[in-house]
Design a protein around this ligand. Structure first.
Ligand code: DC
Length: 227
């Protein structure tokens, strides 16, 4: 085990509930929570702000090398910053969501961000969620979870979130966006979304958030008591 506890990797497709569950598991075990999707979104936000083309790898490489992404826990949840600017809300925009797959397919972006993720996780005591955590970033993580849920269920969850935020969206459009992002995330050349060989798959389609948190907590506790 690492100095501060286990490395817990939670991977899976878009909207499978990873971040909600990962946050709650981290709080329960008093571990750090790292949302790696937010890091890819942060770089994408800056690329869009600077009006850089999504296929301009040289310019995007410069951006990722010259940016500082940080997380700060607050009473209203964890905030995300790039170069000191609070971008917690901005990185959830449609524009960022629909451009992030292109940015996250670039080798220099993946290298830079996974180096930062590995440094953050070096001492353990961390729950990290993403697409390639168990397979590539933390291949020696003690606990690896692969969360899945049907496209219909994931689109409905996003739909409800959007309604709650006062955003007007179509369920059909959301389903198509989720299918597109699944395809791009699973078919890119570098670190595509794959289930690590030693990951435990949890299908959350008909489970509540609490049930998923309980299930993962049991897996962690079992590891802790047997090691
Ligand atoms: O989990 P999310 O929807 O916030 O992730 C945003 C995008 O970032 C997703 O489309 C794929 C990419 N991503 C990645 O390539 N590797 C990760 N470890 C996390 C996210």
């Amino acid at each position: 085990m690492h100095k501060n506890g286990l490395q817990v990797a939670i991977d899976g497709p878009a909207s499978a509930g990873k971040s909600t569950v990962a946050k709650l598991v981290a709080t329960k075990f008093n571990y750090i929570y790292c949302d790696t999707g937010a890091m890819y979104r942060a770089i994408t936000y800056k690329v869009l702000q600077n009006k850089v083309d999504l296929d301009d790898e040289a310019a995007i490489t410069k951006i990722v090398q010259n940016s500082v992404i940080s997380f700060k826990p607050t009473e209203n949840g964890q905030k995300v910053f790039i170069d000191g600017e609070d971008i917690t809300e901005a990185i959830r925009s449609e524009k960022v969501t629909n451009s992030v797959s292109a940015v996250s397919a670039i080798g220099s972006v993946r290298k830079q961000l996974s180096d930062q993720q590995q440094a953050l996780a070096a001492k353990g005591g961390i729950v990290m969620d993403g697409r390639d955590i168990g397979s590539t970033v933390l291949p020696n993580a003690e606990v690896k979870i692969f969360l899945i849920a049907s496209v219909d269920e994931r689109a409905e969850r996003r739909y409800k979130e959007n309604i709650a935020k006062g955003m007007d969206t179509s369920l059909e459009v959301l389903k198509q966006e989720i299918r597109d992002r699944d395809y791009k995330d699973s078919h890119r050349a570098l670190s595509p979304l794959v289930k690590a060989k030693d990951a435990i798959e949890v299908d959350t389609t008909s489970m509540t958030i609490n049930e998923v948190v309980e299930k993962i907590s049991t897996i962690i506790e079992k590891y802790l008591t047997s090691n």
